[in-house]
Design a protein around this ligand. Structure first.
Ligand SMILES: NC(=O)c1ccc[n+]([C@@H]2O[C@H](COP(=O)([O-])OP(=O)(O)OC[C@H]3O[C@@H](n4cnc5c(N)ncnc54)[C@H](OP(=O)(O)O)[C@@H]3O)[C@@H](O)[C@H]2O)c1
Length: 229
């Protein structure tokens, strides 16, 4: 794959497991300078290379990230758990990580970074009964990324914003279904290809774009009749 000139020093937030870990390994194999960030120190140590112990919800998280000198940030940290009944603690955690922390990083990136990618989700396209806080938080992310993309374009800011849209990926978070599920390694490969091709939105894997189109097109009355658990 051809290297991207606006991505030299890449900070991966949420790099200790799953998609983030695979992204770190593959980007390093391609020769990029990568800083792997997350909270679980033992997993960061096992990854090796340049690491940053970081909770993205910490008040000084953006400051610490800025100190790495990264020009590209992949906001892949995320929280979401399926619950049969709405759960205040889980919803609060999803909002803290997927909205508040994400928003602080996305805003900072506008005038600082050359590339900012965020892992949203196909689950963010419509409201879902068992992952309500999670899907609502990813809906925020999808719209905010579009807004920042427009801001960067019309305000002539150098940062390109890339929305990553996984369906199901075989990680701790992706156990709900095996439907069109891919491995974290395949997910990382698709994401990196999308970044290098300078796509604005990357479906993981590409055929999930069909599900996205279908979800967007379904009339409310019909969508609400279909149970999705
Ligand atoms: N798997 C799927 O099917 C799927 C589908 C759609 C979207 N996604 C999204 O993909 C992203 C990666 O998830 P995954 O599937 O790879 O699951 P995962 O293995 O559980 O990875 C989640 C990552 O987020 C990090 N994280 C969570 N809270 C954090 C915090 N407060 N500060 C810093 N890092 C934090 C975790 O690191 P530490 O715990 O070490 O901090 C971990 O590295 C998430 O944003 C998720 O919503 C996943």
């Amino acid at each position: 794959m051809k290297a991207c000139t606006d991505m030299k020093r890449i900070l991966v937030l949420g790099a200790t497991s799953g998609i983030g870990k695979a992204l770190v390994e593959q980007l390093r194999a391609l020769g990029y300078e990568v800083i792997a960030a997350g909270r679980r120190k033992a997993l960061l140590d096992a990854l090796g290379g340049e690491t940053l112990e970081l909770d993205v919800t910490a008040p000084d998280a953006v400051e610490k990230a800025a100190a790495t000198g990264a020009d590209t940030v992949l906001f892949n940290a995320g929280f979401g758990e399926r619950t049969p009944m709405p759960d205040a603690n889980r919803t609060d955690r999803a909002l803290q990580v997927n909205i508040l922390a994400f928003e602080r990083f996305a805003r900072w990136a506008l005038t600082t970074c050359t590339c900012f990618a965020a892992t949203a989700s196909i689950a963010g396209i419509r409201g879902l009964e068992d992952t309500n806080g999670y899907s609502a938080s990813k809906a925020y992310m999808i719209n905010a990324m579009e807004g920042y993309r427009r801001k960067a374009r019309h305000g002539k800011h150098p940062c390109r914003y890339v929305t990553l849209m996984p369906g199901f990926v075989d990680t701790a978070m992706g156990q709900a279904s095996t439907f069109w599920r891919c491995s974290p390694e395949v997910a990382a490969k698709v994401i990196i290809r999308g970044l290098l091709r300078r796509k604005a939105v990357v479906y993981v894997t590409p055929r999930w774009r069909l599900i996205a189109l279908l979800l967007r097109a379904l009339p409310r009355a019909l969508f609400e009749r279909i149970p999705i658990c």
